[in-house]
Write a protein that binds this ligand. Structure first.
Ligand SMILES: Nc1ncnc2c1ncn2[C@@H]1O[C@H](COP(=O)(O)OP(=O)(O)OP(=O)(O)O)[C@@H](O)[C@H]1O
Ligand SMILES: [Mg+2]
Length: 344
């Protein structure tokens, strides 16, 4: 029995008489202990799917079966009970700003009738798990994004869930903090045996911790399988676009191995200025010219949607193509210069 089974799930929203088909005939099995990734472009239906998994959103058609229970057949009370097996964390943490850290974690427990003593004991133990014992009395406003997400994780774990749903849980965090939160999720998966579903548009997140991945495109599940298979051999157009785009986007330069490098001609340095939006300009260039480039060095960071840092590219040997690519980058408002020395 799978932990989560999705059968012919469809969801249509109706707004002022207009029907929006957000999900179409989704079939999916998520097994116990999986760290299951769901990726897709903005508007593809990822959040809708994850909200259907705990019936925050009621499917228009099809079934969601969680640990053997068909959520559509449960009454209110049974649904509430099954839902307590499913916790959720979000991009913007959703903490109670007027309560301190320990109260934020204990509050949902006391609300459910757990004694104050037990609730606070548990909250303290969980704070330790997430590495924030020294912040017990702090208020959310005094915490960093990563610390807030740790509190949210501790709160999610308080109900002893079997499943943790994460909707863009690291999207508001910088790369280092993202890595530490992913490690924490991995630890939780390992130590507590919790099945984790991760929705993200960050391919690096999937690659780092997921074992399986599904790709959603315009409300349809277009590809699903082992992360290693799909990332090495994407078949669908959507998967190719998402993965190709990421592979050349430079945030994980040490993952680009020597063997994968193409013979190269000219080397150029791109400096991302204050005004460069973090659009996938390199990826778009590769898609436009259908020719790969080598990222020889990438030291870029996405700071609030603005790219900072520099990148050194090895352009193809074809001089016409070199010129066109340089034109393209210049048109995109990037400063480029030729690099003549060796890049270590
Ligand atoms: N409550 C709603 N009412 C009407 N339409 C909705 C509602 N929620 C979502 N939609 C529509 O359903 C589609 C899928 O939205 P969803 O939020 O699931 O996308 P997503 O993949 O999570 O996108 P993002 O990456 O931007 O978060 C979109 O076209 C959206 O406009
Ligand atoms: Mg979403």
């Amino acid at each position: 029995m799978s932990t989560i089974e999705v059968r012919h799930l469809s969801k249509t929203f109706e707004q002022k008489g207009v029907h929006v088909g957000a999900l179409k005939d989704i079939n999916l099995n998520i097994e116990k202990g999986d760290i299951f990734g769901i990726i897709g472009m903005s508007g593809a239906g990822k959040s809708t799917l994850v909200r259907c998994l705990n019936y925050l959103e009621k499917p228009s058609d099809g079934q969601v079966i969680v640990t053997g229970k068909d959520l559509g057949t449960l009454n209110e009370k049974e649904l509430r009970k099954t839902r307590s097996d499913i916790a959720m964390i979000f991009q913007h943490f959703n903490l109670l700003m007027q309560k301190n850290v320990i109260d934020n974690i204990a509050f949902p427990l006391t609300l459910r009738g757990v004694s104050k003593k037990t609730a606070y004991q548990k909250a303290r133990a969980l704070l330790k798990t997430v590495g924030l014992s020294d912040k017990e009395k702090s208020y959310p406003a005094a915490l960093s994004g990563g610390q807030k997400q740790r509190v949210a994780i501790a709160r999610a774990l308080a109900s002893d869930p079997k499943i943790l749903l994460c909707d863009e849980a690291t999207s508001a965090l910088d790369p280092q903090t993202t890595a530490s939160i992913l490690e924490l999720l991995q630890q939780i998966n390992r130590d507590f045996g919790i099945t984790i579903v991760i929705i993200t548009h960050q391919m690096a997140v999937i690659r780092k911790i997921c074992n399986r991945v599904a790709i959603i495109d315009h409300g349809e599940l277009v590809e699903e399988g082992l992360v290693s298979d799909i990332f090495n051999h994407p078949k669908s157009k959507a998967a190719k676009e998402l993965i190709l785009k990421d592979g050349y986007e430079g945030s994980v330069p040490n993952e680009i191995s020597q063997q994968e490098r193409m013979p190269e001609g000219k080397k150029i340095r791109i400096v991302f200025s204050e005004n460069s939006a973090f659009e996938p300009v390199i990826a778009n260039m590769i898609l436009k010219f259908l020719t790969p480039v080598n990222i020889l060095k990438a030291d870029t960071k996405n700071v609030g949607g603005v790219a900072k840092g520099e990148m050194i590219l090895g352009l193809p040997t074809d001089t016409k193509l070199q010129w066109e690519m340089e034109q393209y980058l210049t048109e995109k408002g990037l400063n480029i210069e030729e690099v003549t020395d060796d890049v270590e």
